[in-house]
Design a protein around this ligand. Structure first.
Ligand code: ZN
Length: 132
């Protein structure tokens, strides 16, 4: 069902400061930086070989990423797995009793269809499915 690890999302308080590490020190190449109003985050995608790192900085205090940082501090926020057919994957996953955050896919930062699964069903890891 899952093809590959698409990216790892990391919640950060300050994107520029995080880029000094991930781009400046590690030498990862920034693909793009954008603000996603709907999710109240400013994100940077960096290439890391076959996968990517997504740095997420909250733009408002009441967003989900802001709440995550408040509760758990900065750090790994989600794992995103690529699937061929997100509707079929979601159905199959739900049929097997996995709780989901998004009943239906929505359009994510990169213009792909995405959906989040509930961490209570996935060992406390927020899992994102994305169809490219
Ligand atoms: Zn993501």
């Amino acid at each position: 069902m899952i093809k590959e690890l698409s990216h790892i999302g990391i919640a950060v308080k300050d994107l520029d400061e995080a880029l000094e590490i991930y781009e400046g020190v590690f030498g990862l190449e920034v693909e793009k930086i954008q603000i996603v109003e709907e999710q109240k985050v400013k994100i940077a995608f960096l290439h890391a070989g076959e996968t990517q790192i997504e740095l997420l900085e909250p733009t408002e205090e009441e967003g989900a990423v802001a709440r995550f940082i408040e509760k758990r501090g900065e750090g790994v926020h989600h794992l995103a797995f690529a699937v061929d057919d997100i509707e079929a994957a979601l159905q199959k996953i739900r049929d097997q009793g996995i709780a989901v955050v998004n009943e239906k896919p929505r359009i994510g930062a990169e213009g792909f269809k995405i959906a989040f699964l509930h961490p209570k069903s996935t060992k406390n890891v927020l899992v994102e499915l994305c169809e490219k």
